[in-house]
Design a protein around this ligand. Structure first.
Ligand code: PEP
Ligand code: MG
Length: 889
């Protein structure tokens, strides 16, 4: 470690934006803004490497750090003309954390560091405002005691409430200096009482205490839980930023605020933000006072509050100039923290702003059209998860709703669930598989896991930039914030609103797009896509190489898949068609039939229905390929189960119930996931596949002949584990195909391929590929058989395996690349060796998973097939995979 401290100030910084890994996001941006000549209070950043050392070396610092920090403090003193710990003209600093990626509210901030009973008097004289000085002091004690000494904030809050009551005032800003002095004394004794230690008076000790607390907070449980949810590596560490204080609470010509360079909810190109006059730091985000809009555009309809533009016109104009400059420089929407000290504007932070999924798409599209970024960058700026969330349902507008109140539309989307008042309860609900809406006064970092577990979040306090709003937007979770009309009683586990009482466990619906709070359950409909989404997806499709198909078997699913942009059906499971009420009896007759003739009679009843199915599917997918898989499920699934079903069959078969029951018993499967299923059924009962193939070919042929369709049906055989199996069935299938072509006097191409879902199939891929025209990886079965794991294990040992890191991901969601993935790699290589023009796809559940899609792209697959709703997600993931591999080459 050559250099541990990076200075910024006076228009020059030792770091810059590129050093994010070393300086953290905040530190790198402070350096960058300083280099841009913006009004950033000077300071320095202690690197993330020091944090890593701290954790490796059992909470100790690397040698020489103290010397570097001292040197940087001296430099600050000389720039500011003030001295740390000086009684007359004290330098005060803030200490903040800053990891590589922003972790809102996770790490702690300490402001006004350097104050004690002596320096506070100096500050009072300098500012000519003792009230301000003591207000800063009491805030410092509270923050420091909380963050460094672990004293809970409620001790201070109740003392503050008492003080306000004593003076008969509503807000902190109205407290007189004498009252604040008293409060400082009370705070200090509270610290002594609660922590057993005196509040540190020596500023040097305060500084090191704060630095240690920032590093310590990286290891805190809540930071760890945020990292787990957002997949942030443990070893990144945080940097520490020490920066000269500027004051937004020095009087009415001061203010502090947060602004976004575009609307973070809609993405609209408008300057959007909130501020509070005569306030400091966290007041805006903490939701203690209701923030005011910076301009009319940021105001909610009916707003009566003055705007920053009205109150501070010149400073506002300067802020506008700076936000435009910053957005141009960073080429992305920025989230800016600013402070106004005696009308002078300071920027405390800029970072890439969190946004809703639809805002992400709109901003990406707008910025391309504004020539700010390329299409490639636009594609990389929207995550597949955001696309998924974007398509999330919204409230059905045709349904009548009982709206009890309205809060701020803090994070769009709609959610219904039972009311809970704590994060713990929300988690219990998730574990029980029930939907909850988390209702809180306001949220804090401790609530992250609860917010993640709940369907939506409702808070009584806080604005559009409150913790709840920012975190919910990041999670893509519906949130209504600042809903002042609700009055929560945590003890009684209820809230009241406009004369209505809502208790824990009652169902509530919130609409984060409108701010509405609604009693009871409201059904949702799928959201509609707008022009930005359509344009964005067009660029996505231009970029990707992988085809995206859907797993669908009903005409309606196929239609939805087309609407979402699927370029074909990758898996049409025909067994669903057999389970239908009107068909199941014929299917049973067919299975239990003792002779081929009887079996054929039964199949003849099913044939016309099956043909109609295929006609409908081909029509919906006109112009795109359809892969139809021949019957797969275990035989016993078709067997009669109830007495009535047995009776009915006995009647039809003209035999006794006992005879039927004996036959059923003989066909019973001990392990339903293995055994007599898939192509083995086809070998046992060739008539079944013959009937299906005839239905496919006749449906396709008639559409080609009568309706001018172009179809090349793809017939897929499931559960192949031996070459001879495939050869046998292929001969049967070909025979039927030729018969149909002859009968219809037509010639069209059809393909016969196989699923690869038994490990042995992957290993014999070379010889299989000599016979098969395509492979489709059935990774559901392949996962079960490779890992010895059934889907039902999801509820038993799997959660623990994930928690312990034995599995990094649920292998039914994301391919296990060392196991199933390895078999796929082998099968692709051997398969291509056997057949240079082999088409390769995947149709297991993992086909819709982002990392699986990237994996398939790297292996040169022709397509991935997933459920219709995941098609847009898969399209984006495929485009991003293409971008990633082109940037690697
Ligand atoms: C598979 O095994 O991955 C597959 C697609 O088939 P099914 O899920 O129908 O067994
Ligand atoms: Mg399967």
């Amino acid at each position: 470690m050559e250099k541990m401290v990076y200075f910024f100030g006076e228009g020059k910084a030792e770091g810059n934006q590129k050093l994010k890994d070393l300086l953290g996001g905040k530190g790198a941006n402070l350096a960058e803004m300083t280099n841009l000549g913006l009004a950033v209070p000077p300071g320095f950043t202690i690197t993330t490497e020091v944090c890593t050392f701290y954790y490796q070396g059992k909470n100790s610092y690397p040698p020489g750090l103290d010397v570097e920090v001292d040197r940087a403090m001296k430099r600050l003193e000389s720039i500011m003309g003030r001295r740390f710990a000086d009684r007359e003209n004290p330098l005060l600093v803030s200490v903040r954390s800053g990891a590589r990626v922003s972790m809102p509210g996770m790490m702690d901030t300490i402001l006004n560091l350097g104050l004690n009973d002596e320096t506070v008097e100096g500050l009072a004289r300098q500012a000519k405002d003792p009230r301000f000085a003591y207000d800063a002091y009491r805030r410092f004690i509270q923050m420091y005691a909380e963050v460094v000494m672990g004293v809970s904030s409620h001790h201070f809050e109740s003392l503050l409430d008492q003080a306000k009551r004593r003076q008969g005032v509503e807000s902190d800003a109205e407290l007189k200096v004498e009252e604040l002095k008293k409060l400082v004394a009370e705070y200090k004794s509270s610290v002594q009482r609660e922590s057993g230690k005196a509040f540190p008076v020596e500023p040097g000790a305060q500084l090191w205490g704060a630095i240690g607390a920032v590093f310590g907070s990286w290891g805190s449980a809540r930071a760890a839980s945020y990292r787990r949810i957002h997949k942030i590596p443990e070893d990144w560490g945080t940097a520490v930023n020490v920066q000269t204080m500027v004051f937004g609470n020095m009087g009415d010509d001061c203010a502090t605020g947060v602004a976004f360079t575009r609307d973070p909810s809609t993405g609209e190109r408008k300057f959007f933000g909130e501020f509070l006059p005569n306030a400091q730091g966290e007041d805006v985000v903490a939701g203690i006072r209701t923030p005011m809009p910076i301009n009319q555009e940021s105001a909610t309809p009916g707003n009566q509050l003055a705007t920053m533009e009205q109150l501070f016109p010149d400073t506002y104009a300067e802020l506008v100039r700076l936000y435009q400059l910053l957005e141009k420089h960073y080429k992305d929407m920025q989230d800016i923290e600013f402070t106004v000290q005696q009308k002078k504007l300071f920027l405390l932070q800029t970072r890439t702003g969190k946004r809703t999924p639809s805002a992400a798409v709109r901003i990406a599209v707008d910025m391309v059209n504004e020539n700010l970024i390329t299409k490639d960058i636009a594609i990389s700026r929207v995550t597949p998860t955001q696309i998924e969330q974007l398509l999330h349902p919204r409230l059905d507008p045709r349904v009548e709703k009982k709206v009890v109140t309205k809060g701020l539309p803090a994070s769009p989307g709609a959610a219904s669930g039972e009311v809970v008042f704590s994060s713990e309860e929300a988690e219990n609900y998730r574990k029980a598989g029930k939907a909850a809406v988390l209702v809180r006064h306001e949220t804090s970092p401790e609530d992250i896991t609860g917010m993640d577990a709940a369907q939506g979040v409702l808070t009584a306090l806080g604005g559009m930039t409150s913790h709840a709003a920012v975190v919910a937007r990041g999670m893509g979770k519906p949130c209504v914030a600042g809903c002042g009309a609700i009055s929560i009683d945590y003890k009684k586990q209820l809230f009241t609103v406009n004369g209505v009482t809502v208790r824990k466990g009652e169902t509530l619906t919130i609409d984060g797009s409108t701010g509405e709070v609604i009693l009871g359950f409201v059904p949702t409909i799928n959201s509609q896509v707008d022009q930005y989404f359509t344009e964005f997806m067009r660029w996505v499709d231009e970029k990707r190489g992988l085809g995206i198909r859907a797993n669908a078997e009903t005409p309606n699913d196929v239609k939805v898949a087309r609407q979402f942009g699927a370029e074909g059906v990758g898996l049409c499971r025909t067994e669903h068609m057999f389970f239908e009420e009107s068909r199941i009896t014929a299917v049973r007759e067919m299975i239990l039939a003792e002779t081929r003739e009887r079996r054929e009679t039964a199949l003849n009843k099913i044939f016309p229905m099956q043909k109609d199915d295929f006609l409908a599917i081909f029509r919906e997918m006109r112009g795109y390929p359809v892969t139809i898989r021949l019957l797969d499920p275990p035989l016993h699934e078709f067997l009669p189960k109830t007495e009535a079903e047995l009776l009915e069959l006995a009647r039809l078969e003209n035999t006794s119930v006992e005879a039927i029951a004996a036959k059923v018993k003989s066909l019973h499967e001990f392990n339903p996931m293995l055994g007599h299923r898939g192509c083995r059924l086809g070998v046992s009962y060739p008539e079944i596949y013959e009937m299906q193939v005839r239905a496919i070919m006749e449906a396709a042929g008639e559409l080609i002949r009568d309706e001018d369709f172009q179809i090349e049906p793809e017939i897929m055989v499931p559960f192949i584990g031996a070459l001879e199996e495939f050869q046998l069935l292929k001969a049967d299938i070909t025979k039927v195909c030729d018969q149909v072509l002859n009968k219809l006097q037509l010639k069209f191409t059809y393909r016969i391929g196989t699923m690869i879902e038994i490990p042995r199939a992957a290993l014999i891929a070379e010889s299989l590929a000599k016979e098969a025209e395509f492979f489709s990886f059935g990774t559901n079965d392949l996962t079960q058989m490779t890992l010895g794991l059934s889907r039902d294990d999801a509820g038993s040992f799997l959660p623990r395996y994930l928690e312990k890191g034995i599995y990094r991901q649920d292998p039914f969601v994301s391919l296990d690349q060392e196991g199933v993935g390895e078999l796929i790699r082998i099968a692709c290589e051997r398969g291509r060796r056997g057949n240079g023009s082999l088409k390769i796809g995947i149709c297991g559940e993992q086909g819709g998973d982002t990392s699986t899609i990237e994996f398939c792209h790297r292996l040169g697959f022709n397509y991935v097939s997933c459920s219709p709703f995941r098609v847009p997600v898969a399209r984006l993931a495929a485009a991003q995979a293409a971008l990633k591999s082109s940037s690697l080459n």
